[in-house]
Design a protein around this ligand. Structure first.
Ligand SMILES: *Cc1c(COP(=O)(O)O)cnc(C)c1O
Length: 390
């Protein structure tokens, strides 16, 4: 990976920051998922990173997809993904987006309010809905429960309304929050899901056949619950509440975003400015750098995704080099645009490049072109499977 990046920089004399997607990482993570959670079919959450090659790779591997808008839906249908392998997992959709799903033959969608059911009845009466209920991990990096998921005491009524309207209720869905930190949150969600299956049956609804355990997964090396631990707890909870013997007809899906995208992308940026400053406090010298991507671009994840970019452990291989307290600024003329405010680095020169690993989740997909600095539009594709050396 390192040598690929080095060659790319030297051979093109480029100035623009760029991404590298290692497709071998995607394949490896796919295998890890499949062996740890064979009963759970991953529907990749496109919002995490809609890179077209990533989507094609996942489609080729057999993934389904979670889309939340018309544009995401189009990106996936263009790949020829079967409609039954797509879920419109946005509980509150615009009418024109619902119409688009109906045209594409995509029937699965989530809801968590009565109003959404009326909309679906009007624009997509063939929809097969999943009741999204609230099952928060309150310690997740990005909790979603304040905005999405029906409260427990709303569920009965929502199922009744669906029944009255004649909308098919396919099943239930939850999302513990992105970057989950509590391994029990998934098991709690699965337990509650089973209660909803029983509730629907007691209401006289046809037996439900879909369980969607959402996203929140992190691949090893990222911040969150260890994947193996989450998979183990989920496997046990499924055996307890959705046993294979009696509930083999239930299709179980997940909506991982971060799990497949985060680790697979590295970001290379150019150092184009440098200033040495003596700080009053402690009479120390701080080296300040400017790089060509920042808070308004890929590193928006520091704000929106509550991400952290520096990892002390990774400094170890550099111990034979003298390190200096350093600051890294992004390119825009805003003081907020500071990527790392307190990091130990070797002395860098203008023209040096920095590589940030694990930059695939909620980075490029949420960046802007504020101040005329667009998010990197170049992505190079490799197939190597080794993480960049730090
Ligand atoms: C964002 C989102 C996901 C993906 O979450 P990750 O934490 O990236 O796995 C899945 N499902 C829904 C409904 C989402 O909003």
């Amino acid at each position: 990976m390192d040598s690929f990046i080095r060659k790319k920089i030297q051979s093109t004399g480029r100035e623009d920051a760029f991404y590298v997607l290692d497709l071998a990482t995607v394949t490896r993570l796919w295998k890890i998922w499949k062996s740890a959670m064979p009963r759970v079919h991953p529907f990749y959450a496109v919002k995490c990173n809609p890179d077209p090659q990533l989507l094609s790779m996942l489609a080729a591997l057999g993934a389904g997809f979670d889309v939340a808008s018309k544009a995401e839906l189009e990106a996936v249908t263009q790949l020829g993904v079967a409609p039954r392998n797509i879920i419109f997992a946005n509980p509150c959709k615009l009418p024109s987006h619902i119409t688009e799903a109906a045209k594409a033959g995509v029937v699965y969608t989530t809801f968590d309010s009565e109003g959404e059911l009326y909309k679906l009845k009007k624009y997509h009466p063939q929809a097969e809905v999943l009741l999204r209920f609230r099952a928060d991990d309150t310690g997740a990096r990005c909790p979603l429960g304040v905005k999405y998921g029906a409260e427990w005491d709303e569920c009965y009524h929502l199922l009744e309304v669906a029944k009255t309207l004649g909308i098919k209720v396919a099943g239930v869905a939850f999302h513990v929050g992105s970057g989950a930190s509590d391994v029990n949150a998934f098991a709690e969600g699965i337990k509650a899901a089973r209660k909803l299956f029983d509730m629907a049956e007691s209401l006289g609804l046809p037996r439900m056949t879909m369980l969607d355990i959402g996203g929140g997964f992190v691949s090893d090396g990222g911040a969150g619950v260890k994947f193996a631990a989450a998979a183990y707890e989920i496997g046990n909870a499924l055996e307890e509440h959705f046993p294979r013997e009696t509930m083999a007809d239930v299709r179980i899906i997940g909506e991982p975003g971060r799990f497949f995208a985060e680790e697979a992308f590295s970001l290379a940026v150019l150092v184009f400015g440098c200033r040495v400053r003596r700080r009053e406090e402690g009479n120390k010298t701080v080296v300040e750098y400017w790089i060509n991507d920042g808070i308004y671009g890929s590193m928006n994840c520091l704000l929106y995704d509550h991400a952290t970019l520096s990892d002390e452990e990774d400094d170890a291989p550099l111990l034979d080099v003298e390190l200096h307290p350093s600051i890294i600024f992004g390119p825009t003329c805003d003081g907020l645009d500071t990527v790392l405010s307190d990091v130990w680095l070797p002395r860098l020169q203008c023209g040096d490049w920095l590589v940030f690993p694990r930059m695939g989740a909620y980075t490029k997909s949420a960046g802007s072109s504020f101040n005329g600095f667009a998010v990197p539009d170049a992505t190079f594709y490799v197939h190597c499977g080794a993480a960049p050396e730090m």
